[in-house]
Ligand binder design. Sequence first.
Ligand code: FE
Length: 156
Amino acid sequence: MTRRKFMLASGVMAGIAAVAPRVLGAEKPEKQGGTKLSRFGDVVVPQEHEGKEKHVPYIQAPAKVKAGEPFMVTVIVGKDVPHPNLIEHHIKWIQVYAKEEGERPVVHVGTFDLGPTYAQPNVTVPVILKKSSTLYAIEYCNIHGVWDNSVKVVVE
Ligand code: FE
């Protein structure tokens, strides 16, 4: 029996054929594993799911700013009702992004990695915009997941 005949008879080739499309990238990414790919936005908790513990980040920023001049953006999780700040339940990080009006992609402004009990989920970063933009804040609670919010800032 030739090596090829042996492999065909033993089913080794069938196994290779089944794996090959994934290895070669022939399978479309949105069909990985035969199911439709989930998007990260799908796991961001909707604001209306807010309970007695507050997770939606509050973004404090001027409604209007001057182009090219720095202004302060503060993001607070639990502004009116403080969120627990324990090792077993805390806000792990806060990120800020900006997206100019139009087709430009969102840009990363800052990431704040917070240590539980010592750091408060209340961060401030100076920001400079050239054009009117939407500022996004997202935060991660180690128990309740990822939450987001946004505000518009007009650049004059
Ligand atoms: Fe929480």
